[in-house]
Design a protein around this ligand. Sequence first.
Ligand code: PLP
Length: 400
Amino acid sequence: MNREDFPILTRNIHGHSLVYLDNAATTQKPRSVVDAMTEEYYNVNANVHRGVHFLSQQATDLHEAARESVRRFINARSASEIIFTRGTTESINLVAYSFGQECMEPGDEVIVTEMEHHSNIVPWQLLQTRKPIGIRVCPITDDAVLDIQALEKLISPRTRIISVAHVSNVLGTVNPIAEIINIAHAHNIPVLVDAAQSAPHMPLDVQALDADFVAFSGHKMYGPTGIGVLYGKEKWLERIPPYMGGGEMIGKVTFEHTTFNSLPYKFEAGTPDYIATTGLARAIDYIESIGWEEIQKHEHELTRYALEQLQTIPDIHIYGHKADTGDPVISFNIGAIHHLDLGTLLDQLGIAVRTGHHCAEPLIHRLGVEGTVRASFALYNTKEEIDILVSGIRRVSSMF
Ligand code: PLP
C-alpha cells in the first residue's frame, strides 16, 4: 500500500516514527483528497445550486458528481436517495427524528443492540422525550456476537424499525446484516444500518442488502471531516418529513405555508459542505483505485497477524474476535493496567491508540470493564507497526 500518499504518516511523535492505530476514530487523508479540496477552494469556490454564474455551475457540477460517486459506491438505485449530512451521527439523528415523527406512535418500539455506538442510542432517547416510544435492546452472547435468536424474540407487533451497527467500533464484530434485514423484512420492519465502521473496510451494496437506511461518515474512509451520507430508500425518504428547515430544502415559502423541495434536497437545508463532498468523492476514487479485494486481503492479514502477536503477551484480554477474524478493530486490556495508563505510555513511544469506552458505554459495561485499549488498522498500516505495538505493550507492561 502507498504510505507515501499519506504525508502525516512520516511524522515523528515524541522522537519516534508515528504508528497510527486509531483508524476507527478517523483515518488519515491521502494527498489526492486534500489536493482536490484545496484546488476547489482556490479555483472553483462558489455556493452551489443558487447561481447562474460560471463558478456556481462548476461547483454544483462537482457537488452533484460527488453524489453520483457515492451512489455508485454503495450501488443505490438513484442519486436522489443519497442525502449529504455531517456524518453518521447526523444521519441517524435524521432518521430517528423524521421516521420517529411520521412512522411511530406512542407505544411503538425501536430495536437496537447492546453493541451500539452512542449515536445509535441517544437519538432514540431524544425521540422518547417527545413521544413515549420503547427502546428494546438485542443482547450479545458471552462470545461478544449478536444474539440473533434474541433479536427475533424481541420483534413485536409494535416494532417499527431496527437500527443496528454493521460493525462494532469496539469489538470489530461484523454483524450478519443481510440476515437481520431478512428477518426484519419478514415482519415488514425497515432497517437502519450504521455503516460507520463497515464503509471503510468492505463493499456495501444497498440494493443487494435491501437496506432501508444506511449511515456512514467520510472521515472514517479517508475522506474529509464534516461530511457523511444517509442513504434511504426513496419510498421512505418521500414519506418522512424534513429534519431541518431553511434554504435549499424548500419549494415555495410564504408566511402561511411552505412546500418542500424534491429528494434529496428536502433533507439538505442550508449551504452544503460542497468542498467536502468533492473530498469524499476523491476518497471513494482512492479506495476504488486500490480495490476492495486488495484492501480486504491486506486488512484481514493485518488483523490476523495482530491477534496472533497480541495473544503472546502475558495477561492480555482481547474482547470479541472469537467467531472469526472480524474487522480490523481490536480492543484489549493487559492485566490490571488501566487502559488510560497503557494508552498514555504507548503515546510516549509514538503509538496512537484509543482508550476508554469508545462511545459505547453500555457495551463496555456488558464486557464488565471500565474501558479498553483499542488498536484499529487501515489500508496503510503494516506488520512492522504491529510489531512496534506489541513490543511497546511489552515494554509498558514490564514497568508495572
Ligand atoms: N457509529 C459507529 C459504529 C461509530 O464507530 C461512530 C464513530 O466512531 C459513529 C457511529 C459516529 O460517527 P461520526 O462521529 O462520524 O458521526
